[in-house]
Design a protein around this ligand. Structure first.
Ligand code: ADP
Length: 303
């Protein structure tokens, strides 16, 4: 088995730039992870649907430039990538507006099973966003495929990445997310998202609930606080790198996941993998935007 496949949605991003302009980029949780996985040296493939427009061309070009395989990306003649615009509000908060309801990625697994070549991958990575954007039938198809993939020896990796706006109601979000989480061989969760999804305030309550799933490998990210790792029935708190000047935490969790999985792919244990994940995230949050230009990223990693 060889390589890691990330499944999900990439969107067009318009972010604030000087002089009231907007800067165009491409981003999305699983897309960000795929790019940082490839930068960490893991053979990576991205699975999504795009359109036949010039932005879809540019996304494919960026993936190829980043050494992410694109052969499992389908192109929809009548759809395009989704779009979001980031607006800096006068109170300093950032506001996100989305146009993604009819994006090409919404058609993932709509009429067909995931590509059988995915069965040869060592890991398949997906998130709560990947499952939120697809139809209930597509979720069933994906769930069935992932169970079969596990029987063949593949490892399913899941980050719950809860985005309330993508779900019709909280109950559906909880039931669907829990169903995919229970399937995971490796769960890379963020405390904040888990607490928002389940209306929990107390970390002990969240951890007690997560432990009931008896997941083989669980990491709970907590920003600058040590990450919690549960593996072989032991819980460890592992320090993450401290960053003096945090510029933008966009893609912190996504890049953490990439560093973690690339390290696990190389055979490192979960605790060392947390350090690798934290190193990637630390480099990313010292720059603006989800995908940090390669040279800036490498310079921050080396510092
Ligand atoms: P998410 O980005 O999914 O909300 P977190 O905020 O928990 O997730 O961040 C993911 C990882 O990014 C953390 O485990 C940590 O390694 C790193 N990170 C995030 N914020 C900080 C920070 N302020 N200082 C240092 N590291 C951070």
């Amino acid at each position: 088995m060889y390589g890691i496949a990330a499944i999900g949605e990439v969107m067009i991003e318009l972010a604030p730039a000087p002089q009231d302009l907007k800067r165009l980029a491409y981003a999305g949780d699983t897309y960000n992870t795929a790019i940082y996985l490839a930068r960490a040296g893991a053979p990576t493939s991205y699975v999504t649907h795009l359109g036949q427009d010039s932005h879809s061309d540019a996304i494919l070009a960026e993936l190829s430039q980043e050494q992410v395989a694109t052969n499992l990306i389908k192109r929809e003649p009548t759809r395009q990538p989704g779009l979001y615009i980031i607006h800096n509000r006068p109170d300093g908060e950032r506001e996100f507006a989305y146009w993604r309801d009819h994006s090409a990625a919404r058609l993932l697994f709509n009429n067909c099973d995931p590509d059988p070549s995915l069965l040869d991958m060592q890991m398949i990575y997906l998130s709560g966003i990947s499952i939120a954007i697809i139809s209930p039938e597509a979720r069933e198809r994906l769930h069935r495929f992932l169970s079969h993939y596990q029987q063949k020896g593949g490892k399913v990796v899941f980050d719950s990445n809860f985005r309330p706006r993508l779900w019709p109601d909280l109950g559906t979000a909880q039931a669907t997310t829990e169903r995919f989480l229970k399937l995971a061989d490796i769960a890379l969760l963020t405390l904040e998202d888990e607490q928002a999804l389940w209306n929990e305030q107390d970390q002990d309550v969240t951890m007690a609930r997560l432990l009931t799933y008896a997941l083989p490998e669980l990491v709970v990210k907590r920003g600058a606080l040590p990450a919690l790792v549960v593996h072989e029935n032991t819980l460890n708190a592992v320090d993450v790198c401290q960053v003096k000047t945090v510029i933008d935490t966009t893609a912190a969790g996504d890049s953490f996941n990439a560093g973690y999985l690339a390290a696990r792919y190389r055979g490192l244990g979960p605790e060392l993998a947390v350090s690798e994940g934290a190193r990637c995230a630390a480099a990313v949050i010292q720059h603006r935007g989800a995908i940090v230009p390669l040279l800036d990223y490498q310079a921050s990693l080396a510092a």
